[in-house]
Write a protein that binds this ligand. Structure first.
Ligand code: MD6
Ligand code: FE
Length: 223
C-alpha cells in the first residue's frame, strides 16, 4: 500500500478514505478509493489536450441509436462503434489520423492501480474516455472486444459521482450498485473480466473541478 501518495488530501467531497485497503467487488474486481485523486488535475489537463485533437462525439450503436455518453480515445487503438459494429481502430474515424498518444501519466497510473489490485505488469495500449452529463447512462454490457481477456481493465472516475452497476456473468444477474466518486479507481479482471456492468443515469450535481460532468477513463490491453 502506498500511503505516501495520499498525504494532504481534501476528503470533504465524500466519505471515502484514499489509501484505504482495496475494496473487493467480486473475485478479480476491486475499488481503490481515491487512488487517482491527487493526479486528477493533471489527468484533466491531458484530457483537454486529447479532446482538442480527437473531439468528443456520440457514437452510433450497430442498432442505429446514438449513445448518450460522449467518447474519445487515446493510445495505440481506440474503441469505436458504428453501424457495422464495435472494434478497436488505430485511427480516429472522424479524420483518419492516429488517436492521440497515451500520456505517460495515464499509463503510469493504470499500471500502478493494476499492480495494487494484483495484476502486476499491466501494459495498456488503449484508453477509452467517456463523458457523462446529468441524465447520461450506460446500459449493461460486457467488455469483450479486446484480444487478450487475461489482461484486466482499469477504470478511473473523475468529477460527479456515479452509480456503477456491477452484475454477474449473465445479463439477467441482478447488478450490485456501487457509488464511484472523483478519484476512485476500479480494477477488473480474472474471473470478473466478462461481468456485465453499466452506469445508472447520472444525477445532477456540481463538481469543483468538472462542474456538471463525470469523466471515466478505461484502460485496456486491446491489441
Ligand atoms: C464508466 N465503465 O464507468 C463505464 N468497463 O463510465 C465501464 O464500462 C467499465 O468502469 C469495464 C471495466 C470497468 C468499467
Ligand atoms: Fe465497460
Amino acid at each position: 500500500m502506498t500511503f505516501d501518495l495520499f498525504d494532504n488530501l481534501d476528503n470533504s467531497q465524500d466519505g471515502y478514505a484514499p489509501g484505504s485497503a482495496p475494496e473487493p467487488l467480486a473475485e478479480g474486481a476491486v475499488v481503490l478509493r481515491g487512488f487517482a485523486r491527487t493526479q486528477a488535475p493533471q489527468l484533466l489537463d491531458e484530457i483537454g489536450d486529447i479532446a482538442a485533437k480527437a473531439p468528443w462525439r456520440h457514437m452510433i450503436t450497430p442498432g442505429g441509436l446514438g449513445m448518450s455518453v460522449a467518447m474519445t480515445n487515446c493510445g495505440q487503438a481506440g474503441w469505436v462503434s458504428d453501424r457495422t459494429g464495435y472494434r478497436y481502430d488505430p485511427c480516429d474515424p472522424l479524420d483518419g489520423e492516429p488517436w492521440p498518444a497515451m500520456p505517460a501519466a495515464f499509463f503510469d497510473l493504470a499500471t500502478r492501480a493494476a499492480a495494487e489490485a494484483g495484476f502486476a505488469g499491466f501494459a495498456p495500449d488503449a484508453c477509452l474516455i467517456n463523458q457523462y452529463e446529468p441524465g447520461t447512462r450506460l446500459s449493461l454490457h460486457q467488455d469483450r472486444d479486446e484480444r487478450d481477456l487475461r489482461a484486466p481493465i482499469v477504470s478511473v472516475s473523475l468529477g460527479l459521482p456515479a452509480v456503477f452497476l456491477f452484475g454477474g456473468l449473465r445479463r439477467a444477474d441482478r447488478p450490485a450498485r456501487i457509488r464511484l466518486a472523483h478519484g476512485d479507481v476500479v480494477v477488473w479482471g480474472g474471473p470478473s473480466r466478462l461481468a456485465f456492468h453499466g452506469v445508472a443515469p447520472l444525477a445532477d450535481g456540481d463538481h469543483p473541478l468538472l462542474g456538471q460532468k463525470r469523466i471515466n477513463l478505461t484502460f485496456r490491453k486491446a491489441l
